[in-house]
Design a protein around this ligand. Structure first.
Ligand SMILES: C[S@@+](CC[C@H](N)C(=O)[O-])C[C@H]1O[C@@H](n2cnc3c(N)ncnc32)[C@H](O)[C@@H]1O
Length: 244
C-alpha cells in the first residue's frame, strides 16, 4: 500500500457511505451514540479512525465536542463536506501514535478498525496512545468482531461472507500469525476487479491485556451497542476499559 491515505483513499472514500449504508442506519448508530454520549458526560470525545463521520457527526449533534484522527484525507474531506462537519476537529495521522491537544473523557474505535493495525505492537501502541489522551477514569470503547475461527473447518483458511453470480467476498485467516484479510472479487459488465485489505484479528482477552499494559482495566463487555450480554455465541463485542 503506497497511497498515503492507506486503504481508504479516494476510490474507497467516494463509495464508502453507500457501500456501508446499513451501518449508517439509525438502529445501528443511535445505541452507539447513546453509550458514547453517556460516557463522554461533560468532557470531550476522541474518535480513532473517524472516517466520513458516521459516528462523530451524530455524537457532535448531541452536544459532545469530538476530535477525530484518521490516516485518510479523502475520508476526512467527506466528513468536512457534510452538515456539521466543520464542528468536528480532525488530525491526519496514524491513530496508534498521533497526539492531539487536550484530554478526553472517552475515546472510541469502532467498526472493527482496531484490526486495521496489522501487528500486535501497533495494537498495544494504540492502547498506550489512548491512555495518554484520557483523563483519569476516562474510558476507551472498542467495537470489534470476535475472530470467526469456529467457521474454519480443519485444513481451510477461507470464510466466505458473500457469494452471488457476480460477487464473492471472503476472509482469509492465518491462524499461526493472526494475520487475516478481507477479499472482494466482483464482475461488472464482464470486467473483473479484486480488492483486498489486511487485518490482524485479536481476541477479547488479548485486548484486556493490552489495556492493562496501558494502565486501563475492563469495565464492561457487551455483545453489541444495545448492551446485550456477551456470550460464547457473540460474533462481536463492545468493550469499555477505564483508565485507572
Ligand atoms: C472502516 S472505516 C471506519 C470509519 C468510521 N469510524 C465509521 O465507523 O464509519 C476505518 C477508518 O479508519 C481509518 N484508519 C485505518 N487505519 C488507520 C490508522 N492506522 N490510523 C488512522 N486511521 C486509520 C481509515 O482511513 C478509515 O477512515
Amino acid at each position: 500500500m503506497d497511497d498515503t491515505d492507506g486503504y481508504f483513499g479516494e476510490s474507497v472514500a467516494a463509495g464508502y457511505d453507500e457501500s456501508s449504508a446499513g451501518m449508517f442506519s439509525a438502529d445501528v448508530v443511535t445505541p452507539a451514540i447513546d453509550l458514547l454520549a453517556e460516557l463522554a458526560g461533560d468532557g470531550r470525545a476522541l474518535e480513532l479512525g473517524i472516517g466520513t463521520g458516521r459516528i462523530a457527526l451524530p455524537l457532535a449533534g448531541r452536544g459532545v465536542q469530538v476530535h477525530g484522527i484518521d490516516l485518510s484525507r479523502a475520508m476526512v474531506e467527506r466528513l468536512r463536506a457534510k452538515p456539521g462537519g466543520d464542528a468536528v476537529a480532525t488530525t491526519i495521522g496514524d491513530f496508534a501514535t498521533t497526539k492531539v491537544d487536550g484530554t478526553f473523557t472517552v475515546a472510541y474505535l469502532v467498526f472493527n478498525t482496531i484490526m486495521n493495525l496489522t501487528s500486535q505492537d501497533e495494537q498495544v501502541a494504540c492502547f498506550r496512545n489512548v491512555a495518554e489522551h484520557l483523563e483519569p477514569g476516562g474510558t476507551f470503547v472498542v467495537e470489534v468482531t470476535v475472530p470467526q475461527l469456529r467457521k474454519l473447518p480443519p485444513g481451510q483458511n477461507a470464510v466466505p461472507f458473500h457469494t452471488s453470480a457476480t460477487k464473492w467476498s471472503f476472509d482469509l485467516y492465518d491462524v499461526a500469525t493472526q494475520a487475516m484479510s478481507s477479499n472482494y472479487v466482483e464482475v461488472v459488465e464482464g470486467k473483473g476487479s479484486y480488492w483486498t485489505i489486511p487485518f490482524r484479528y485479536v481476541w477479547p482477552a488479548e485486548l484486556d491485556l493490552m489495556a492493562r499494559l496501558a494502565g486501563m482495566r475492563l469495565r464492561e463487555r457487551w455483545g453489541g451497542w444495545g448492551r446485550e450480554p456477551f456470550t460464547g455465541e457473540s460474533e462481536q463485542h463492545v468493550s469499555v476499559w477505564e483508565k485507572v
